[in-house]
Design a protein around this ligand. Structure first.
Ligand code: TNX
Length: 526
């Protein structure tokens, strides 16, 4: 009897211990790599059921001595050193390092062609965490996965106690779409360089590779143009509501571009025209057909302004602006807007957009424009950004253009989550976290298929968004869904599965100090 009681107690203790080991909260030392819950979901994950542990003495080795690979390794070291306090160093080697280290290496793209430009492979054993890729971008995205494989407290900015365990196995991962972006409207409300850099940090966490900056609109011109200085000085002086605006000097703008580049993100600058131009029309009288400057505008109406399409000076102005912008832009695209030009006659709009396309091409850049531009003659390699008009998307595809998918009903970050959301608008839809996730860019529009789609961009218009806290509330957690739609294969995608992975991200948002919307559609892990 006594023996049976003891046997029972020991069994109970064993079961309890096993439960504790096998039911860790959110990625905390989970030994099954397939349960790590990375967002965006990697293409393939296999688990070998053990752990790699980052501990005192762990270093990051890089193969070869290029400054770029060292910079990526240092980025990882800096992240890990804050919360582990281990003083992890970046070292160079030409052979596999010893036990307990991290190893970053570029591989010959022929040996693993499916990884492409941005893919990576992680091979994690008890002894080594090996990250390899064909290109630097792949290594950088692989590091973002490593961050998510560690406990959420890795994101805190003070020293934490370990253990810092990562489940063993292999991840092989690469993106579905080449263009995975977000847009920030810095015109309706201005956001500082630091704010934009913070947004870039967030985008990079989820492997998003483009930030489109909406640099001009009726309410503000936000980039210094040296040949037309009043644009920024006068046109940038206010914002929605009438408070002080702001603009980026060319030096500041270049700092944003560099910061983005260091995070493998391309900046796409937008000068919206011929509508959405009141800030320019208020700064220079000669851009108006009337020859008179308008007043600065601090309301939120759209569709009332237009450049004077019949004047020569208008095209000199555009050529100067695009010329300066092209020199500040290492990326391939310049965005010419083109949306909601309700005050421009159709017969003026079409030749105007045709001319502006040629100006952009003459400065060596490709054209991006809102889908409205599809009624003009699209030049080769133009990309039309679909936001509302399905007919325009079809017109663009009919002319051989690619589509960037930003459907307002699904991908507008300024749309309210539901009726109770205090910030934002709802002219297109209420977009709950599930609705933001449940759609496919390759099948949303009839006759616009995967081959026509360049990628996806989630747009944050800022008529109602005035600061970083508010920005974060509209961006998180929907951004992660857009990142996954852009990166992960669509086969097998399900909200029922995704919402659990998303729920685990809550403690990461908290660790990163992000003000997110705690949707009751998501099972948040506390
Ligand atoms: C439509 S989307 C606009 C913007 C507004 C936005 C508000 C687009 C190309 N134009 O000017 O800010 O709605 O949601």
């Amino acid at each position: 009897m006594k023996i049976r009681k003891q046997y029972f107690a020991i069994t109970a203790l064993l079961v309890f211990t096993m439960l504790c080991i096998h039911a860790p909260s959110s990625g905390e030392g989970h030994s099954d790599l397939t349960k790590a819950g990375i967002i965006p979901q990697p293409v393939s994950v296999t688990s070998t059921g053990e752990y790699f542990t980052i501990k005192p003495g762990t270093d990051i080795y890089v193969h070869g001595d290029s400054p770029e690979i060292r910079q990526i390794a240092q980025y990882l070291a800096d992240k890990l050193n804050v919360s582990t306090g281990y003083g992890i160093k970046v070292l160079t080697t030409d052979k596999t390092p010893g036990s307990g280290n991290i190893y970053l290496t570029l591989t010959d793209s022929k040996s693993n062609p499916k990884l492409g430009e941005e893919g990576y492979e992680l091979v994690i054993t008890k002894k080594l965490l090996l990250l390899s890729a064909n290109n630097l971008a792949g290594l950088f995205w692989g590091i973002q996965s490593v961050r998510q494989l560690l406990p959420a407290k890795i994101e805190l900015t003070t020293k934490q106690s370990g253990p810092w365990k990562i489940a063993t196995g292999t991840i092989s991962d690469y993106p579905d779409y080449a263009y995975r972006g977000a847009m920030l409207d810095v015109s309706r409300h201005f956001f500082s360089v630091e704010d934009v850099e913070k947004l870039l940090d967030y985008l990079s966490c989820y492997k998003m590779n483009v930030l489109h900056l909406h640099l001009s609109d009726d309410q503000g011109w936000r980039i210094e143009i040296k040949s037309w200085p009043e644009l920024a000085l006068h046109g940038g002086s206010t914002q929605v509501g009438g408070s002080k605006g702001g603009y980026y000097t060319q030096e500041q703008y270049s700092a944003i571009v560099r910061y983005a580049k260091d995070h493998y993100i391309t900046i796409v600058p937008e000068i919206d025209m011929p509508g959405h131009t009141n800030a320019a029309l208020a700064s220079y009288a000669e851009l108006n057909c009337s020859g008179k400057a308008t007043d600065l505008y601090t309301g939120t109406d759209v569709g009332f302004s237009t450049l004077c399409t019949s004047k020569e000076i208008t095209y000199k102005f555009i050529d100067d602006v695009i010329g300066e912008l092209a020199l500040l832009t290492p990326g391939p695209y310049i965005h010419i807007g083109g949306d909601e030009s309700h005050s421009t006659k159709r017969e003026d709009y079409i030749p105007f957009i045709n001319k502006v396309q040629d100006i952009v091409l003459a400065h060596g850049k490709k054209v991006l424009g809102w889908d409205d531009i599809a009624i003009s003659s699209l030049r080769p390699n133009v990309v039309a950004q679909h936001w509302a008009n399905v007919k325009n998307a079809n017109l663009a595809v009919g002319q051989g253009a690619k589509i960037l998918m930003s459907p307002a009903i699904k991908a507008y970050l300024d749309m309210q989550y539901d009726k109770s959301t205090k910030l934002g608008l709802h002219w297109a839809a209420y977009i709950e976290v599930d609705s933001a996730y449940i759609w496919d860019p390759a099948s949303l529009i009839p006759r616009v298929g995967k081959k026509d789609v360049l990628g996806i961009e989630a747009a944050l218009w800022t008529e109602t968004i005035t600061n970083m806290d508010e920005m974060e509330y509209m961006v998180f957690p929907r951004l992660l869904g857009y990142a996954e739609i852009g990166w992960s294969p669509s086969s097998g995608r399900s909200w029922a599965e995704y919402k659990n992975r998303l729920g685990k991200q809550g403690e990461r948002f908290k660790a990163m100090g992000i003000n997110y919307y705690e949707s009751d559609h998501v099972p948040w892990v506390k």
